[in-house]
Design a protein around this ligand. Structure first.
Ligand SMILES: [Zn+2]
Length: 246
């Protein structure tokens, strides 16, 4: 008895090294296993799967495979709306909030720069990260496949790009977020919404040149970090502008 599995579109490029780039693979049907476990036995986390067909019939992740069949695995395709229920994920996220793993840490900073809720917890281990994503309803962004394969991760994504600006572009494209950016509304350090603050209030904290040239300031109510439209902010806005016009 044999199971044949077809990995469609870019999914074959995400498989474990020995199977990578092979769009069709065979497997002996020697035991009963959920289709989620069959998919993940090739190294592909279930978070990347948008549609599963067994002999042409759509099935869910818990569907049991115990005999010869043909499996088609299709990726999630943009625009991915994580706030709407779908066949494989009947319980959507309550909001679009991200949890960014340490292996794509700079992406977290860029998402916060663009105004999205993107939590980072470099102090947490994988079990704690997965629990946090589940409890807070966050979409986990990571390069760690073992973490994304956990059962309590319902929404996650392997980040394909290497450079942080391309990673940001990848996430914005996948979720169609270009129109939802609110640049510099959130603290880059701790993810809290920024508040406008009067210059008089923070005047004593400013360097002489900053005091001389800038009039508008924002402050993070959680960590007290100050923001103003200086040269680093201009650079950040230039980076985001590439995506705003994309
Ligand atoms: Zn802060």
């Amino acid at each position: 008895m044999a199971i044949t599995v077809n990995f469609h579109d870019d999914l074959a490029s995400l498989l474990r090294r020995q199977w990578r780039h092979q769009p069709q693979l065979k497997l002996a049907a020697t035991r009963t296993a959920s289709i989620k476990d069959v998919v993940e036995s090739f190294g592909l986390p279930h978070t990347e799967v948008g549609r599963l067909l067994v002999d042409g019939r759509e099935v869910a992740f818990h569907y049991l495979i115990n005999t010869s069949c043909h499996i088609d695995i299709w990726p999630i395709t943009p625009p991915w709306d994580v706030l709407q229920p779908c066949f494989l994920r009947p319980h959507p996220l309550p909001h679009l909030h991200f949890l960014v793993d340490i292996n794509v840490g700079k992406l977290g900073r860029l998402l916060r720069m663009a105004g999205f809720d993107a939590a980072s917890h470099p102090d947490l281990d994988d079990t704690e990260l997965a629990a946090c994503a589940e409890a807070e309803g966050r979409l986990l962004l990571s390069k760690n496949r073992a973490l994304l394969m956990r059962k309590n991760i319902h929404f996650g994504r392997i980040i394909r790009a290497t450079a942080p600006p391309q990673q940001l572009h990848e996430v914005l494209n996948l979720l169609n977020l270009h129109g939802q950016m609110q640049p510099l509304s959130r603290c880059l350090e701790c993810n809290t919404h920024l508040e406008q603050v009067a210059k008089e209030e923070i005047d004593h904290l400013l360097e002489p040149l900053t005091r001389k040239y800038y009039q508008e300031f924002s402050r993070c109510p959680a960590c007290a970090h100050l923001y103003w439209p200086g040269s680093h902010v201009k650079k950040m806005l230039a980076l985001l502008a590439r995506d705003l016009t994309a």
